[in-house]
Design a protein around this ligand. Structure first.
Ligand SMILES: Nc1ncnc2c1ncn2[C@@H]1O[C@H](COP(=O)(O)OP(=O)(O)O)[C@@H](O)[C@H]1O
Ligand SMILES: [Mg+2]
Length: 203
């Protein structure tokens, strides 16, 4: 088992078959209501996104559906960004990650969960791989301004990790992008509390 997850998450398994390693992301173990609703939906969404993105280095390869509740794709040897230190070689890693997110955007998709460092893998040769596309959106038919806003939201996730882990290698323009998005985030988080102000640490 790679990841147990909570009640609304899939269970992730590492499966070895014929000498090849695969990840199986599976909602089968979840209560039927979860499995039959978000399970089905997320598995279909994850498969669709990965399928569309094949050909980009930096996205798990060879996705396929096992059944209605499970999707499989190639295992990526490495670590999550949460746990990797990259031996301090962050600058190159984050500009690679920025390029990867731009490529994903140019295909017509936004990830929307790049702020979570468990969704970013660091391969053994220090390359970024983005995983977990179950909350993605297709952007092809979006109004241009909305598409741009979602793309900026994704990129702010990249810059959040970059600024935290390697403040010396991120430039002023990228920091300003991150700060502009954080102003938005504070606005909608406050609205979520129905006007009750809570002080939150800056992210
Ligand atoms: N292709 C992969 N290679 C290696 N580890 C993976 C891979 N896919 C997922 N994982 C591991 O499983 C965890 C959860 O996967 P994820 O797709 O983000 O599921 P969830 O939707 O539950 O967040 C990741 O944080 C990572 O540790
Ligand atoms: Mg995830």
């Amino acid at each position: 088992m790679l990841n147990q997850g909570r009640w609304a998450n899939a269970v992730l398994y590492l499966v070895e078959h014929g000498g090849e390693r695969w990840v199986v992301k599976d909602f089968a173990a979840r209560p039927w209501l979860v499995r039959a609703t978000i399970g089905r939906l997320f598995v279909a969404r994850e498969h669709d996104a990965l399928h569309r993105l094949q050909g980009i280095a930096g996205v798990p390869r060879d996705p396929f559906r096992l059944d209605a509740y499970a999707v499989a794709y190639r295992y990526v040897a490495g670590n999550t960004l949460t746990r990797s230190t990259l031996d301090g070689r962050y600058g190159e890693f984050f500009s690679d990650l920025e390029r990867l997110v731009q490529q994903i955007h140019s295909i017509g998709l936004v990830h929307l969960d790049s702020r979570n460092s468990r969704n970013i893998l660091v391969t053994d040769d220090a390359r970024p791989v983005l995983i977990d596309f179950q909350s993605h959106l297709g952007t092809r038919r979006m109004p241009r301004a909305l598409r741009r806003w979602f793309e900026e939201y994704d990129m702010a996730g990249v810059y959040k990790h970059w600024a935290r882990r390697s403040p010396d290698t991120i430039d002023a323009a990228r920091l300003e992008h991150l700060q502009a998005m954080n102003r938005w985030r504070r606005f909608w988080i406050l609205r979520g509390y129905l006007g009750v102000r809570k002080s939150r640490p800056l992210e």
